[in-house]
Design a protein around this ligand. Sequence first.
Ligand SMILES: [Zn+2]
Length: 161
Amino acid sequence: MSEHECVRAMLALAAAGALDPAESMRVERHANACQDCRRELDAWRTYAQGLRQLPQPSAPADLMERTRALILDQRAANERAVAAGRCGNDLMLGALAVFGWATGLTFWILARVFTGGVVSVPGANLVNGWTWFMLSTVVVWMTAATAAVMLGRGRQIRRVL
Ligand SMILES: [Zn+2]
């Protein structure tokens, strides 16, 4: 291997400052005499300098800690929100059931007053207390079930989000 080839193989390392002083001197001496090696050494030096000037990504020391705290905070907040939502939904369901019963009872009283106590439908007296009770029970439970399904679906969507 000639001196030229030998030095050429070390040019990149020389530009990066990775050679020991003796090798570095050898590369410099050859590059001063050899046009090709001089040009290549300069090119490598430009690259090395450019690389050194690139901004180094540096993460703040407490980034991990802060991120973990943020995630825990977020999770706790979500759990609080879900718990609060569940509580509110139960109250709302209760209110709906009470409202359903009250409406049914009021309507039954009014219907009895206005019809004089008898509404004849083939097969059943609609304003008869027992029939009315059965009908309104079915209606109230259907209303409550629908509300429960809707609230449950809303809760699921919120959990997914
Ligand atoms: Zn050379």
